[in-house]
Design a binder for this molecule. Structure first.
Ligand code: B12
Ligand code: SF4
Ligand code: SF4
Length: 352
């Protein structure tokens, strides 16, 4: 939904209008000094969850972008929905939806192309702009809330009228500007804690907090390098192979927000190869050319990690047809795949 900003004059309105033309649902501009509270919020998180200190040390750049970009004065923050994409059955509930439709890196996605058009537009206006395509230049949820794009809910997600299924984008700019959006999004219903109850690992233990290193999304992607050592705990990963959407899927405020009318470029073709039984048998060359470029959190030499996560899925959702695949994985070239498969054989009494 496009909404009218508080001021409709000058360059700010021009930028917002362009963002709408390019398919963004919301767009606001905030002077950087208005984001000062984010550093305190991060400090609060670390104080409550000391185990997250090392992880968030690497995210400090988001709290003070002017260290890296001293010329920056404001940030343009925009939301683009992805709840319009069809989720193939082969990957449903197993791969995080924001990763299936990852517009940060997929040059065929119209949203990727529109982001580049936005940058070209800013350049034409003579505005210096900088982004970090993969990880953002500010704390994007916080900036989006301050810019009036939506509200942050107890599960930590920023919701617009499209629910939490919105990708957030931010550009630092070298002019002081301000343009706030309006949102009709209601607060969480009193007493609701469905998202907290749905989190299998206890990462989301309280409202507005989460332990990043206990989150399945971290453990099934660039974290969790030694899942065999978490063999019992990894039962909590349930059906998640890469990423996790559980605390969003259960949220009543997301009801009716996924409509699946469009096909994401190439996803319907790729989905068959991402069936658990096909990941286990996947060849390195196929992984490196077709899978890794789309799911960049794992490197070209890390097909083994996908295989460990898939073995974990097979243990958690065991079916007889997985038996030959699990027993064969006991002789895989990678040590962690062999270890995981051997532990499953032991637990389920599968003869190797
Ligand atoms: C690092 C990172 C991760 C890490 C750590 C996540 C984390 N929350 O700490 C990992 C790998 C686990 C991760 C996973 C995922 N991520 Co991520 N991630 C990021 C990234 C790059 C930085 C976030 C960060 O470090 N934040 C630091 C923490 C401390 O702050 P915060 O989450 O921004 O939240 C603050 C405010 O919410 C504030 N707050 C607001 N209101 C209130 C009210 C009260 C009372 C309090 C106390 C606090 C508070 O409190 C927090 C600070 O304490 C952002 C992009 C960006 N630049 O922002 C994407 C981002 C947050 N991720 C995103 C997504 C989609 C995911 C996944 C769903 C992917 C998947 N399908 O698996 C999961 C979900 C995990 C989860 N439950 O949050 C989206 C979220 C979009 C949205 N609509 O909210 C973002 C914004 C990326 C994007 N460009 O759109 N992610
Ligand atoms: S993404 Fe999954 S593991 Fe992470 S906080 Fe949400 S429900 Fe918990
Ligand atoms: S599940 Fe309930 S408490 Fe959690 S974010 Fe949704 S409405 Fe808020």
């Amino acid at each position: 939904m496009k909404s009218e900003g508080v001021s409709n004059t000058g360059i700010e309105a021009h930028i917002q209008k362009k963002a709408y033309e390019l398919g963004f649902e919301k767009c606001g501009i905030v002077p950087l000094d208005q984001l000062a509270g984010y550093g305190e919020m991060m400090g609060e998180r670390v104080k409550n969850l000391p185990e997250s200190a090392a992880f968030y040390r690497r995210q400090q750049r988001l709290a003070d972008p002017s260290t890296e970009f001293p010329w920056a004065k404001s940030v343009i923050v925009a939301a683009v929905p992805y709840g319009n994409y069809h989720v193939p059955d082969e990957v449903k509930g197993r791969i995080g939806k924001s990763y299936l439709f990852d517009i940060r890196i997929d040059e065929n996605a119209r949203e990727f192309q529109n982001n580049r058009k936005m940058e070209a537009f800013l350049e034409e206006l003579g505005i210096r702009a900088e982004t970090n395509r993969k990880f953002g230049v500010v704390g994007l949820r916080w900036a989006a809330q301050i810019a009036g794009l939506g509200v942050i809910r107890r599960n930590n997600f920023l919701y617009t009228e499209s629910g939490s299924w919105v990708h957030l984008e931010g550009w630092l700019i070298d002019i002081k500007a301000e343009k706030k959006e309006r949102t009709e999004v209601r607060k969480c219903p009193e007493g609701c804690k469905k998202c907290i109850e749905a989190c299998p690992t206890g990462s989301l233990s309280q409202p507005y907090t989460m332990s990043p290193t206990a989150c399945i999304s971290f453990l099934t992607t660039f974290g969790g390098r030694d899942i065999p050592s978490l063999f019992q705990a990894s039962k909590d990963f349930g059906s998640c192979i890469y990423g996790c959407d559980l605390c969003q899927d259960v949220c009543p405020m997301n009801r009716g927000t996924w409509n699946e009318k469009d096909e994401f470029p190439g996803m319907d073709d790729l989905a068959f190869s991402l069936l658990p039984e096909n990941i286990i048998l996947m060849e390195e060359a196929f992984y490196q050319t077709k899978v890794q470029p789309k799911f960049f959190y794992l490197q070209p030499d890390e097909l083994w990690k996908w295989k460990v996560d898939t073995l974990c899925y097979m243990r958690n959702n065991y079916r007889e047809e997985y038996r030959p695949l699990v027993t064969a994985a006991c002789t895989d070239v990678h040590e962690k795949v062999r270890e995981m498969a051997a532990l499953i054989c032991e637990e389920l009494l599968l003869v190797r």
